[in-house]
Ligand binder design. Structure first.
Ligand code: GDP
Ligand code: MG
Length: 447
């Protein structure tokens, strides 16, 4: 009955299912967030349209607002689009005749040379370390070769270079033979870039590609490229067919919408992200993390996620109703504390709920401490006492029962009577919290 009542309330409020209306403000918010993150406008529109088509009519999770749930669905979709897990870097079998060849491409300043050194260090630090040779194919700027040599020396990695007078495709080819002779199993080829996409650069890249048939062609993209990332990816992918990308300079405050463009346009995964100038600042790409960064609504996401993971829907509904009606018993109390423990701290949990701001830290800390003490005492209660707290409150046997419970749990009877008054107080407090939750706080939209 309690469950039905809560359901009815939600129906009356129109918040039991996702509707055009109750997700409206969240849709606007998500749109703004994605555009702020430099996600391509077309991508934003089609994403929102797709997600809405699928999500409207979906049942709203207990304890979650429709707008929050919508944001979570968008997030899941973002993570799904960008790939469900980190994709490993190509590596040939140990028995292979020739080394694994990784070719880096991208505009000037994107971070190719830095990424070459970072990848080399990464490969050398793998569980089965690789023997890496770096290859300097940027023949337009002597400084570029020096840069790679300096980086190589700093990570104790040999750099194959032939100066600036040799064609890059020949340098690459000779680097492979050198690697074969000297038992290097991986060759990372750094190439030249231009400030803008041009046909000469693309033609050169094609020649390098054809001369060494790389196992991996990674497009190095500056995360700050923003909207342009889509065109850039298309140009490089059409010219040489990339196998993946490295998104650099994510240590800046850019939100990283470029990641989505690269994936959408090429269908290829982001394999790594650069998070600093130093050679160790390379990380595998995690789609979930990036989705969360692009959306920038981490609090809502973790709240909905936790709710999804931990809340048995029917159970939560029953408990909420009991909280509201102050019919909460000691068994509920234990279940509730278990849920809270699973969901992290009571404070952390409550703070994520919009409209809960009015609850002070002191109140939350006190409640948390009571939960712990209470649990030990409740362990000593009989089943009927747990289910009927009045036996310990109003009944004429209450006093002796409390003495027995106190003795059984190794606490004083003062602790036990304290529990009872705390419990009564908490029941009232929960009823108030529960009401706030069910009234939905300020509007149905996420913050
Ligand atoms: P290239 O022209 O594509 O070879 O680019 P470089 O590797 O020479 O890098 C250009 C500049 O960007 C250099 O100053 C690098 O130190 C810097 N850089 C590269 N990757 C990152 C990164 O992940 N984070 C930051 N903050 N700077 C980076
Ligand atoms: Mg360079």
């Amino acid at each position: 009955l309690a469950g039905q009542m809560s359901e009815t309330m939600r129906k009356l409020q129109g918040s039991d299912k996702l509707t055009e209306k109750n997700v409206e403000s969240s849709v606007k918010e998500v749109r703004r967030a994605l555009l702020d993150a430099d996600v391509n406008l077309k991508v934003v529109n089609s994403l929102i349209k797709d997600v809405k088509a699928r999500a409207l009519g979906e049942k709203v999770l207990e304890g979650v607002k429709p707008g929050q749930q919508f944001i979570k669905i968008i997030y899941d979709e973002l993570a799904r689009i960008m790939g469900s897990e980190a994709t490993p870097l190509a590596r040939k079998d140990a028995s292979a005749e020739s080394p694994t060849v990784i070719l880096l491409a991208g505009l000037q300043g994107a971070g190719k040379t830095t990424a070459a050194a970072k990848l080399a260090l990464y490969c050398k630090s793998e569980a089965k370390p690789r023997r890496v040779l770096l290859c300097a194919c940027d023949v337009y700027r002597p400084a570029a070769i020096e840069q790679l040599k300096t980086l190589g020396a700093s990570i104790d990695t040999e750099v194959f270079a032939m100066g600036t007078d040799v064609e890059p495709e020949r340098i690459a080819r000779e680097a492979i033979s050198y690697a074969k002779k000297n038992k290097f199993d991986t060759v990372i080829v750094d190439t030249a870039g231009r400030q803008v996409i041009d046909t000469k650069l693309m033609a050169e890249l094609k020649r390098v590609k054809n001369s060494v048939t790389p196992d991996e062609i990674l497009l190095v993209v500056d995360a700050m490229t923003g909207q342009e990332a889509a065109n850039l990816t298309r140009a490089f992918n059409d010219a040489v067919g990339i196998t993946g990308a490295i998104l650099t300079k994510l240590d800046g405050d850019t939100r990283g919408g470029a990641a989505l463009s690269v994936k959408q346009v090429s269908g290829r995964p982001i394999k790594f992200v650069g998070v600093g100038e130093k050679v160790e600042k390379l990380e595998p790409f995690y789609p979930e993390r990036m989705a969360s960064r692009i959306l920038g609504m981490g609090d809502v996401l973790s709240f909905v996620e936790k709710a999804q993971e931990q809340m048995d829907e029917a159970e939560a509904r029953r408990l909420t109703q009991k909280m509201v009606e102050a019919k909460f018993d000691f068994e509920d109390f234990v279940k509730q504390t278990e849920m809270i423990t699973k969901m992290g701290s009571l404070g952390g949990m409550m703070k994520m709920i919009p409209g809960m701001a009015g609850i002070s830290d002191a109140q939350l800390t006190a409640a948390e401490r009571q939960l712990k003490l209470a649990r030990s005492l409740i362990n000593s209660m009989t089943r009927s006492e747990r289910r009927n707290p009045d036996l310990l409150i109003k009944d004429r046997t209450a006093r002796s029962r409390l003495q027995r419970i106190a003795a059984g749990s190794g606490r004083s009877s003062k602790d036990a009577s304290q529990l009872i008054s705390d419990f009564q107080r908490m029941r009232t407090m929960m009823a108030r919290m529960g009401k706030t939750m069910m009234d939905g706080g300020p509007g149905a939209a996420a913050p």
